[in-house]
Design a protein around this ligand. Structure first.
Ligand code: PRP
Length: 176
């Protein structure tokens, strides 16, 4: 790959401030009852780590890995389960934690799947959402930032597995 050209979309400070806001909303709605955060690997790792630290002591963390991408920049529309939850969520107050809702396929599929496991409450939070890229209706109760339909990397989001470790979110101007 040639040298990446990145335009910063959200700085580390902007991201962290927005996460604090989101955590206040979530705490208001979920209260101090036990809850389960389900991080969708791998993109949500940074967001989950930072968000969970604002959510108090009654939080359990589990992970799923799904994939709607075969690599590259466009969705194939195929959602596969690569890793399932370790524990049951029956009767639990569950919050799906996503880094981005793009076409909506992953989140819509995941919500449908998790509902069959009978949680007492199921909501979703995504740091980013691309309204213009939506192909299916995917409810997401908490959204950090609505962004334009451009290829973004950093803070968990990758391009061919690179850039996840950036503390900010940038627009990748020259994906090959
Ligand atoms: C990304 C992202 C979401 C999904 C959103 O994951 O983390 O899970 O795509 O896209 P959609 O709304 O079009 O379904 P990806 O499959 O790229 O895996 P990753 O998190 O490991 O990068």
């Amino acid at each position: 790959m040639t040298e990446p050209q990145l335009d910063i979309l959200y700085t580390e400070d902007q991201i962290q401030a927005r996460i604090k806001d989101l955590s206040l909303q979530i705490r208001r709605d979920y209260g101090d009852e036990p809850m389960v955060l389900i991080g969708v690997l791998k993109g949500s790792l940074m967001f989950l780590a930072d968000l969970s630290r604002h959510l108090g002591h009654q939080v359990r963390i589990d992970f799923m890995q799904l994939s709607s991408y075969e690599g590259g920049t466009s969705s194939t529309g195929v959602v596969q389960i690569r890793k399932d939850l370790d524990q049951t969520i029956e009767g639990e107050r569950v919050l799906i934690v996503e880094d981005i809702v793009d076409t909506g396929l992953t989140l819509a599929h995941l919500r449908e799947l998790l509902m069959t496991r009978h949680p007492s409450m199921l909501r979703a939070v995504s740091l980013l959402r691309k309204p213009e890229a939506a192909k299916v209706e995917a409810t997401c109760e908490y959204v950090g930032f609505e962004i334009p339909n451009q290829f973004v990397v950093g803070y968990g989001l990758d391009y061919r597995e690179r850039f996840r470790n950036l503390p900010y979110i940038g627009i990748l101007l020259n994906p090959d």
